[in-house]
Design a protein around this ligand. Structure first.
Ligand SMILES: Cc1cc2nc3c(=O)[nH]c(=O)nc-3n(C[C@H](O)[C@H](O)[C@H](O)COP(=O)(O)OP(=O)(O)OC[C@H]3O[C@@H](n4cnc5c(N)ncnc54)[C@H](O)[C@@H]3O)c2cc1C
Length: 486
């Protein structure tokens, strides 16, 4: 019988592709009019903006997914490698670029902050690579481990190297004395909606993920959503858009159907929820499945954001595809972020050509309406760093908008924040407590971000297939350790 996937975000599409590659029948119910979830572009008149993620990393994840379907990623997408990974500005026009070529980065840091800092970066990059390598197979490519199974899967020296008990910010102090470099590399914690002051040092692996390659997608990130969607459709996946799932039906303790917003019953033997896992845990899909997984408390939620899609005229310092304008005081910024947007926020700008920009600042989930002058505050930060920006068309999204788009998330864009060493092991895993119900997406293991959501989708498909293989040909009967269980 079919599997129903709730949500056509990256994780849902990946699960659909991985399941159909194994001959499974799959139906996707998506509340929005099109596929992609957070990859969906914003359209203002005829102008289209990437309004969420803006580049592709961990290319191997997407290649592996397409290979499973007997296809090639390159047949669907044109990827352009970025030579300058990101440009950074501080007040008074101080600037530093980070490059794809590691030697170029070392030289740039040496020029910007001196030889000792360049040496610090060399050590940082080496340690970041080591952490990335150690966690690749047991964590990123595997089902969610426990702290003990993870420790057992790697040599003690690798376990010590991943450094889970020290905060990221503290660890940065071992490599860099220049606060600007601490700020630049500390910002990687925000890639999973976390504070560098609370996240474990393990998160420095993000530096190696970026150093391993960053690609701009021709046609924008919508082209990635289309590529995943087209691949899934070619494999026979049935899509229903503007079709929110309302209830997951349980019969004899196992998933038996999904009821959609129109009251239509979609009979199935398994369900993969790609919506935020908090939607299950808060009972949005019914009381029968509420206990399937846990959800973070308000304090444990990751960051949200305030985004502006704007067509702008600019004068002053030049932009790259990724440009970051740093606040003067990162510590104060993250202190203030516990209550609302910071008064002097770090602003990320993505230059999408033809005057189109995405501007983004961090904001807490569950936030009140943003202050009326939030756009001015963002433009003031740019101007302090040397960029005069006049924004013409503007489309704003705030934590409340994200909370509406992604039900039960409270606007937290990355599920549970990675704060403290235990948090990663508290993310929901693919298998839930309810037989036949699985989770896949950025709020589940291995974590947020597009490639990670794709990995989550692949893990959910694998867990489902394993469980199905254990089922006897008789419905509702599982073979456990050779004994038939009702
Ligand atoms: C502003 C912003 C910036 C980001 N920046 C980056 C970045 O730079 N790099 C990066 O890698 N990642 C970034 N991310 C995160 C990344 O976009 C996400 O982690 C990833 O896309 C999540 O994919 P997902 O599979 O969890 O599904 P989502 O994209 O969350 O999609 C879930 C889908 O489920 C649907 N749904 C929900 N409830 C129901 C229901 N009841 N019935 C049917 N459908 C339902 C939703 O409509 C949605 O389409 C960013 C996100 C945002 C918003």
């Amino acid at each position: 019988m079919a599997t129903v996937i709730i949500g056509a975000g990256a994780g849902g599409l990946a699960a659909a592709i991985a399941l159909t590659a194994k001959g499974q029948e799959v139906k996707v119910l998506e509340a929005q009019p099109g596929p992609g979830g957070k990859l969906l572009p914003v359209r203002v008149g005829d102008t289209q903006f990437d309004s969420g993620p803006t580049v592709l990393t961990m290319r191997w994840v997407f290649e592996e997914l397409f290979e499973r379907a007997g296809d090639r990623l390159e047949s669907h997408l044109k990827l352009v490698p970025l030579q300058t990974l990101a440009r950074h500005y501080w007040s008074k026009g101080q600037t530093l670029d980070i490059f794809a070529d590691p030697q170029q980065t070392i030289d740039a840091i040496g020029h910007f902050a001196g030889r000792a800092e360049a040496e610090g970066y060399r050590d940082f990059a080496t340690d970041s690579k080591r952490i990335h390598k150690s966690l690749l197979t047991p964590f990123l490519k595997g089902q969610r481990p426990t702290p003990w199974s993870l420790a057992a899967s790697m040599p003690l020296r690798d376990m010590l190297a991943i450094n889970p008990f020290e905060t990221y910010w503290h660890a940065l102090g071992h490599y860099f004395k220049d606060p600007r470099l601490q700020q630049l590399f500390g910002r990687y914690a925000t890639y999973c909606g976390s504070s560098p002051f609370k996240a474990p040092a393990t998160l420095m692996l993000v530096a190696d993920v970026e150093a391993s390659g960053v690609w701009r997608v021709e046609g924008g990130m919508a082209a990635l959503a289309d590529a995943l969607y087209n691949r899934a459709r070619k494999s026979g996946v049935e899509f229903h858009f503007k079709c929110a799932a309302q209830r997951i039906e349980i019969t004899a303790s196992r998933v038996s159907a999904v009821i959609d917003q129109n009251g239509v019953r979609h009979a199935c033997s398994s369900v993969i929820v790609n919506a935020d896992s908090a939607a299950v845990a808060t009972g949005l899909f019914g009381k029968d499945v509420q206990h399937a997984c846990s959800r973070p408390t308000a304090k444990e939620q990751s960051l949200s954001a305030i985004t502006l899609c704007a067509v702008t005229e600019d004068a002053g310092v030049p932009l790259e595809h990724h440009t970051v304008f740093f606040s003067d005081d990162y510590k104060t910024e993250f202190m203030e972020l516990q209550k609302g947007p910071a008064r002097d926020p770090t602003v990320y700008v993505c230059d999408q050509g033809r005057g189109r920009k995405l501007l983004l600042i961090n904001a807490p989930a569950n936030a009140q309406s943003p202050p009326a002058d939030v756009e001015e505050t963002m433009l003031r930060r740019l101007s302090t760093s040397g960029l005069k920006m006049i924004a013409k068309t503007m489309f704003r999204r705030s934590p409340q908008d994200f909370a509406t788009l992604y039900p039960a998330s409270s606007g937290a864009l990355y599920g549970r924040a990675s704060h403290g060493w235990l948090s990663t092991f508290q993310r929901p895993k693919a298998r839930t407590k309810v037989p036949g119900l699985y989770l896949a997406g950025g709020s589940t293991h291995p974590g947020p971000g597009v490639p990670m959501a794709v990995l989550a989708g692949m893990r959910a498909a694998e867990a489902l297939l394993q469980d199905r293989a254990l089922m006897s040909p008789f419905r509702n009967t599982a073979i456990v350790g050779g004994i038939s269980m009702p």
